[in-house]
Structure formats: C-alpha cells, structure tokens
Design a binder for this molecule. Structure first.
Ligand code: IPM
Ligand code: MN
Length: 370
C-alpha cells in the first residue's frame, strides 16, 4: 500500500476543527487498506504569528515544499487586525502560493441535489450545477510591483497596486483550463476586461491564439468579467470551465460558491507545473471558506469543504481517482440522508456539529466501500 506525505496546516478560526475531521477521513483510508497518509502538522496564519511572529516560518515552508501535498485550513481573525502588514495571517497563504509556484487554482462549484433548496436562487437555476473556475493564482494585481502606499508632497497619500501578466503566465493557466474542459463538457469561457485594461487585451489575445493552435476541439467563448458575474447569477449552467486572472477569479469564485447554497461545501486545489522528471505537481488543497471567527471553537463549522479538499488531493496529487469517487459518494450520501450542519440546514431542520458530520462521512465511507 502506497504511503503519501501530507502536511496539514490547520491555521486559525474553524481551521483546526475542520482539519480534525479530515484526519479521521485520512485514517479511514489507511484502515481500509487503500492508502496510508503520513501526516505532519505545522502552524500558519495568526497561529504562526503568535508562536513565531511570522505568518509562516521558513521551516514550515521547507516542509510544505517537501510534502506530496499540503492541506490548508483557513487563516485570519480579528485578533490579528493590527499585526504588521507583512506578517498578517493572509501573508502565510500568499507565501505558500508564491514560493511553491501554485499558479493554477481549481475551484469547482457543484450543487448537490440534496442542497438545491439551500441556494438563494431558484432550484431550477442551480440544480445539477457543476462548473469549474480556474483562477490564476501567482500573478496579477495581488503580486505586481510597484505595490505601495506613498506620501505625496502635499501630504496626501497615494496607493498603487499593479496588474501585470506575461504571455507565459496567461498561456499556462489557459492550458490548465482547456485540459480540464476536455475531460468535462468541453467548453471554456475566458474572462477579462479588455475594454478597459491592457492586461485584458493581452489575456484575450493569448487565449485566442492558444486555442487556435492547440485546442480547436474545445469550445471557447470570451465574457467580460463583470458580465460573467451577472451571468453566473442569471443562468450559471451555461458555463463549464471559466478561466480568469487572480483578482476576477477571487470574486467570481465566491459568487459561484454561493450559488451552491454554502461556502462551507466547496473545496479547492492549487497546483504548480508538473515536474519534468517525475510528472508530479506541487499542490495545496484548501476549502474556499475562510476562518469564520464568529463560530470558531464552537464545534459548529461544516467540515465538508475541507473533507472534499482532501478528496481533490486524492484525485490530483495521489492518483487515487477511485478513492476520490468513493469519498464524493460518501459525502453525497450523508447529505441525501439529511445530515446537516447549521450553514446548510433548512428552517426547522435539525443541525449537527462538526465532529458528527465528520463521523457521518466516515460511516458512509464504510458503507459505500461494501
Ligand atoms: C481566497 C482568499 C485569499 C485570496 C485571501 C485570504 C488572501 O480570499 O483564497 O480566495 O484573496 O486569494
Ligand atoms: Mn477569496
């Protein structure tokens, strides 16, 4: 039985609670004789700041670089609102993405049939929804230089962020989108703002040329990013794979996530380029939701996004597609059985806690395996 090295970075807020449930699930796969996960743990975000005055230490970074996959919980909380900017909790996540060169962020938005009524949209609009947002993660306005606040001669301040993309950066993220579309419904929607941004003009040109060169079999369309946001809440099922830059992807993926009824349901994967020698990609998996400080420590958080993030690791890092399918099946079964945490419970429906939901998934795994 293969052994995989997993680095668990629970982080802050509800991160540690949902991470505990993933450990249960990983242990089940070991006991079932499917794969062994050798799990190390380290600090990130506010927790790392409290211990080391840094959002992530060099030692933790080295462990992340060496792991087969990193599983990340969530970072941030009001108690770190005033720490130095370079050491704010989010800086830990941004350093992981940048140093590990995780340029491709995959954010599926899937509507489980059992949860169609939890969406704020009409059931017929989101039933059966299955879209994939591919967000560029290591470039654009989040990282472009200059990035600064300067004081002008007249005493005013001026803040600058820089949106910057090169051909190579656009092409490699577009390839990820086209490749994914080929194993899905074969359609890519590329989004940008070429009507106002030079980076949008280049984005559209590079995607169009790559399509003509290597991906003629895939349907390609272009939507302005703002219009895409509008279409996502109007008729989301028109989309299959949506590819976008870092900033638009951040926003559009939150919109897409909420279509499904709960942010607490959605996993994500952040992948690097395949290693030319081994074919392996550096990878980090994390729930799309944040640290939810308001419910942290209460045992109320929904662990399914974190559990499904582990499922994405099974699929994209460990080559265990059957195990990933089994886990997806178990999660769907638990939901079909009516097990709900507070965030996805309908009015009057009984809600269970974090640990109960994790236990229910483990039980469903045993059942699904037989
Ligand atoms: C996300 C988050 C992060 C981002 C924050 C925490 C830096 O919102 O993963 O979407 O903006 O990328
Ligand atoms: Mn975000």
């Amino acid at each position: 039985m293969a052994t995989h090295n997993l680095l668990l970075l629970p982080g802050d807020g509800i991160g540690p609670e949902v991470a505990t449930e993933v450990e249960k699930v990983a242990a089940w796969f070991g006991k079932a004789g499917i794969a062994t996960f050798n799990t190390e743990k380290d600090l990130v975000g506010g927790a790392a700041y409290d211990a080391h005055k840094a959002a992530i230490t060099d030692a933790a970074m080295a462990r992340a670089q060496g792991a087969d996959a990193v599983l990340f919980g969530a970072v941030g909380g009001p108690q770190w609102a005033n720490v130095p900017y370079h050491a704010r909790p989010e800086a830990g996540l941004l350093r992981l993405r940048k140093d590990m060169q995780l340029f491709a962020n995959l954010r599926p938005a899937i509507c489980y049939p059992a949860l169609a009524s939890a969406s704020s949209l009409k059931p017929e609009i989101i039933e059966g929804l299955d879209i994939m947002i591919v967000r560029e993660l290591t470039g654009g306005v989040y990282f472009g230089e200059p990035k600064e606040i300067v004081t002008l001669e007249n005493g005013e301040q001026r803040a600058v962020d820089t949106q910057v993309y090169t051909t190579h950066e656009i092409e490699r993220i577009a390839r990820v989108a086209f490749d994914l579309a080929r194993v899905r419904r074969n359609k890519v929607t590329s989004t940008e703002k070429h009507n106002v941004m030079r980076s949008g003009v280049l984005w559209k040109k590079v995607v169009t040329e790559l399509h003509a060169r290597d991906y003629k079999d895939v349907t390609l369309e272009h939507h302005l990013a703002d219009a895409c946001g509008m279409q996502l809440v109007r008729w989301p099922k028109q989309y299959d794979v949506i590819v976008c830059d870092n900033l638009f992807g951040d926003m559009l993926s939150d919109v897409a996530a909420m279509l499904t009824g709960s942010l607490g349901m959605l996993p994500s994967a952040s992948l690097g380029a395949p290693d030319p020698a081994t074919g392996k990609r550096k990878a980090l998996y994390e729930p799309v939701h944040g640290s939810a400080p308001d419910i942290a420590g209460k045992g109320l958080a929904n662990p399914l996004a974190m559990i499904c993030s582990f499922g994405m690791a099974l699929r994209y890092s460990f080559g265990l597609a059957d195990a990933a399918d089994l886990l997806d099946k178990a999660v769907a079964a638990v939901l079909a059985d009516g097990v709900r945490t507070a965030d996805i419970a309908a009015k009057g429906q009984n809600a269970v806690g974090t640990a109960d939901m994790g236990d229910a998934v483990v039980k469903a795994l045993s059942k699904a395996a037989h």
